[in-house]
Design a protein around this ligand. Structure first.
Ligand code: NAI
Length: 246
């Protein structure tokens, strides 16, 4: 049986001593995941183009652009111990209908959401497998499954990320690495709270459950997929969307 990477003690924090990378961990969903991992003993490296927002105790910030494969490779190579946990969370939107979408809007979203995740997976593959295994979680979206008006770039990037998840699961599984995706629905981040009420009302109306997910709901799913408990789950997409897309 494949040995578990840097196993935490059964009686200690679940991620004690493990090295994690969280992209886009400066704020929002990524920050909630980074904080939760650090709270359970992990050494958490935040790869973000911005510095983390206040009170980032326990997080190690790396200011970089995940679109740049050389920057990503250098940052991963500079870690003193190999990462065995990776969360590809950084993502952006540039919404516009297909007929009006510019080349730049299409290319930027694909570059961050899809190429950025590829850059990270490629960079960690060797150190993770040499460490005996690991866990990768990619932050997709329900709009990568169902499509969404005005989000051709974003939905294509997230659909591509799901295909990348399944391919990486097949390639890295024999080396003890699991690769899964989370597909959130509308999550109550600061950004979403600032959207017009009617946009939030529409998401709520689509949802089966009365409350839309908070960042901690997504973080809980990510920590499960990163944990020893999920060792036999790979190539899957876990929706955290209050039933917004069933
Ligand atoms: P956010 O905008 O609050 O945070 C994204 C983080 O990624 C920021 O810290 C930003 O600086 C960083 N980032 C952006 N481009 C980068 C780059 N090129 N290099 C390095 N860092 C970069 O976003 P939020 O809402 O927390 O979303 C996180 C993830 O969850 C994204 O992938 C998003 O697509 C996904 N998601 C979010 C939903 C929501 O309702 N908030 C719904 C479904 C998916």
């Amino acid at each position: 049986m494949q040995s578990e990477p840097q196993t935490g003690r059964a009686d200690g924090p679940a991620f004690q001593g493990r090295v994690a990378i969280v992209t886009g961990g400066a704020r929002g969903i990524g920050r909630a995941i980074a904080d939760a991992l650090a709270g359970q003993g992990a050494e958490v490296h935040v790869f973000d183009r911005d510095a983390p927002e206040e009170s980032a105790s326990g997080l190690v910030p790396h200011t970089l652009d995940i679109r740049d494969s050389a920057q990503v490779a250098e940052a991963v190579g500079g870690l003193t111990r190999p990462p065995t946990l990776l969360v590809n969370n950084a993502g952006i939107t540039r919404d516009r209908s297909i007929a009006r979408m510019s080349d730049e809007e299409w290319e930027t979203v694909l570059a961050v959401n899809l190429t950025g995740a590829f850059n990270l997976i490629r960079a960690v593959a060797a150190p993770m497998t040499q460490a005996g295994g690991g866990r990768i979680v990619n932050m997709a979206s329900i709009n990568g499954l169902r499509g969404k008006f005005g989000q051709a770039n974003y939905a294509a990037s997230k659909g591509g990320l799901i295909a990348l998840t399944k391919t990486a699961a097949r390639e890295l599984g024999p080396k003890g690495v699991t690769v899964n995706a989370i597909a959130p629905g509308m999550v109550m981040t600061d950004m979403v709270r600032a959207l017009p009420q009617e946009v939030r009302d529409r998401a709520a109306a689509e949802s089966v459950l009365p409350a839309l997910p908070e960042v901690d709901d997504v973080a809980a799913a990510a920590l499960f997929l990163l944990s020893d408990a999920a060792r036999c789950i790979t190539g899957q997409v876990l929706q955290v969307d209050s039933g917004q897309y069933i």
